[in-house]
Design a protein around this ligand. Sequence first.
Ligand SMILES: Cc1cc2nc3c(=O)[nH]c(=O)nc-3n(C[C@H](O)[C@H](O)[C@H](O)COP(=O)(O)OP(=O)(O)OC[C@H]3O[C@@H](n4cnc5c(N)ncnc54)[C@H](O)[C@@H]3O)c2cc1C
Length: 470
Amino acid sequence: MTVKPIHIIGGGLAGSEAAWQIAEAGVPVVLHEMRPVRGTEAHKTEGLAELVCSNSFRSDDSLSNAVGQLHWEMRRLGSVIIAKGDAHQVPAGGALAVDRDGFSQAVTAALEGHPLITIDRAEIAGLPPVDWDNVIIATGPLTSPALAQGIQSLTGEDSLAFFDAIAPIVHFDSVDMDQAWFQSRYDKVGPGGTGADYINCPLDRDQYEAFIDALLAAEKTEFKEWEGTPYFDGCLPIEVMAERGRETLRWGPMKPVGLTNKHNPTVKAYAVVQLRQDNALGTLFNMTGFQTKLKYGEQAAIFRMIPGLQNAEFARLGGIHRNTYLNSPKLLDERLRLKADPRLRFAGQITGCEGYVESAAIGLLAGRMAAAERLGRDLALPPATTALGALVNHITGGHIVTIDEGPRSFQPMNINFGLFPHIEGQATHGPDGKKLKGPAKSVARKHALTARAKAEMEAWAGGVEVQAAE
Ligand SMILES: Cc1cc2nc3c(=O)[nH]c(=O)nc-3n(C[C@H](O)[C@H](O)[C@H](O)COP(=O)(O)OP(=O)(O)OC[C@H]3O[C@@H](n4cnc5c(N)ncnc54)[C@H](O)[C@@H]3O)c2cc1C
């Protein structure tokens, strides 16, 4: 019996990985890639899986780094992206960095050489034809406008964001709650709130003035040519607000009204930075209204000037650039299919993950899901305790709904330990019998999280292999 092909649109990191996984499962694939017929603002070659910017897949440490753990899981699942990355590695300390041309050429050759993969160099300029019954859309942050419009016609005006306005996100356990406190402005409860939903960090006048000085003096990332789109109202970078006047932030995201510092109730803060819960687990908090295009190196130092954040660890830093991504928790089901048209499955950065590795990882999972569907098999979702499971959970619904009005809160994110469910029972004492504190405690927690992830990934992958062999 001939098996009908699965169509993939976009031969980037996610689409290439998805194609490989589907073909390896024995299902034919047609991969539609518009380059070189039509280019994007960032791609420069016609190679599949082109890296548009840095050549790094980030840390390869699978013991104490979340992206390293994701590498480990992808290797376990036969990822072509990680295999070719390993084969074309260049020295980069603990990171997996690659020779970008050698890497892209190797992925292209592997896909071109696979008997079940056909590569079609053409733009899909609108919704896919109706007779394509199993489609993966992996067209990335620079999806061509004609296809973006087609998707928008299915999802509604507001559902495809064209800007990535990102405020920094902080690990809750790095916030100093002896200085900060929980309270919503005017103790407002709001839908789903408790009246104490925000973390508040108080600044006195001197601290505020020093913070503004640092913002004004800091180096900013200049928009590239393709980023010349105007800012949305209500989404101005904080440094732009500071340039408009030293008091602007105090009347905007740093306004101190409706709040009482529980550590110092008689003294009114001159300004307050608020952080809002960012994930259902309560392990991550975003800095409300703090979208910024300060250079990464500057951000951490400047934000650590804020009382309560002096030791802050950032799950992601802020930034603003054009980015096409779906409001996935609303629009996709748990198998990454569009609720409005389930023959369309999404993968890669367009789903709201961020980064080469994460995009490829979601491509891997989407490919396996699409192949299982075609073969009439059930594919259990990877456990939320694995890096892959934690990432897909973030995309399809792990995220909380904001408690107050304003732009929706779902934002693209790299894999990080804040997305993993809490773990009990990690080592509390070192080999010397002394109680672990500070960084040593944090390392023990990371080791426990990655050990659990590996065991659970091993069990999941083993189960999938048994099923495929039956
Ligand atoms: C300018 C920029 C810099 C970035 N820098 C980094 C970085 O340094 N490190 C990092 O980890 N991440 C970076 N990212 C984020 C992200 O990881 C990458 O964009 C990543 O390539 C996303 O993978 P993807 O497969 O989802 O999309 P892509 O790799 O972009 O692949 C999408 C593919 O779809 C094709 N396509 C688009 N529309 C159509 C259509 N209608 N028909 C057919 N084909 C189509 C495109 O040509 C492209 O090949 C950057 C993103 C941008 C935009």
